[in-house]
Design a protein around this ligand. Structure first.
Ligand code: CIR
Length: 249
């Protein structure tokens, strides 16, 4: 979803970074779409919704699995209505039998969900609660998939700090470096001063890395991946990153 001018009113934990500059955010969004296309995917671009400042972060509204789509119930009050706005688009790709919902009192945001094959790690956060996770895992199990909870202490969403790149490779920062859940993976530890770049996305074999994080870029290239770099500085100002800006399936 295109960012609106209201992006500058998005929720942020880092006001010291300043407000997003709309014109720059649009250019960065164009480049993001271009990078996805270069990775060989079809991109559906939705119009901006000024009434929802954070609505360009579509990842939080739904989780798409190979068996069906789960419409989230976002825990952030100002974002809750975004899920309902996303549903008609998801229905273009999935029929009734392949759509499920997280419902109150359960809350869940897609940024807290990390897919590793048929298993889904779910961060228990300020946005995603115990009941939301219970419903989510029940839906997954009904589809022959599985899920497990990962408690978060410091970050907004699970994928703020840990991202799976396929081939057993996982980028880990901060609290995720030592979590037993991720012991079995080839963990690439991200230095604290580049922690934002733990949020990279693997798309059809290419890894998209945020611009300005040379240590992470080199680490990803050393794993053998082709890389594309996209500047997300304006989205970072409102806690958003590469994964948040799309639903990929
Ligand atoms: C929020 O606080 O909800 C937005 N300002 C940022 C959402 C980022 N989404 C994500 O990490 N999946």
């Amino acid at each position: 979803r295109r960012p609106g001018k209201s992006l500058c009113d998005g929720i942020t934990s880092a006001p010291e970074l300043g407000k997003p500059i709309y014109e720059k955010a649009i250019k960065q969004h164009d480049a993001y779409i271009e990078a996805l296309k270069q990775c060989g995917v079809d991109v559906t671009v939705l119009p901006a919704m000024e009434e929802y400042p954070d609505s360009c972060f579509v990842e939080d509204t739904a989780v798409i699995t190979r068996c069906g789509a789960i419409i989230d119930n976002p825990g952030a009050g100002t974002r809750n209505g975004e899920a309902k706005e996303m549903e008609p688009t998801i229905r273009q790709f999935f029929d009734d039998d392949h759509i499920a919902h997280i419902t109150a009192p359960g809350t869940l945001e897609g940024g807290d969900v990390m897919m590793v094959g048929d298993h889904f790690y779910v961060g228990r956060s300020a946005r995603t609660n115990e009941e939301g996770i219970r419903q989510f895992i029940e839906i997954l199990e009904g589809w022959g998939l599985s899920g497990s909870e990962v408690p978060l202490e410091y970050v907004l969403h699970l994928k703020t700090g840990v991202n799976y790149l396929e081939d057993n490779n996982m980028l880990v920062s901060g609290e995720f470096k030592t979590k037993p859940d991720f012991e079995k993976y080839n963990k690439v530890e991200i230095p604290e001063d580049e922690a934002y770049a733990a949020n990279c996305i693997w798309v059809n074999g290419t890894v998209i890395v945020p611009e300005g994080y040379p240590t992470v870029l080199k680490a990803v290239q050393d794993l053998g991946y082709k890389t594309l770099v996209v500047d997300t500085s304006e989205y970072r100002k409102v806690d958003g990153g590469l994964s948040c800006l799309s639903l990929r399936f």
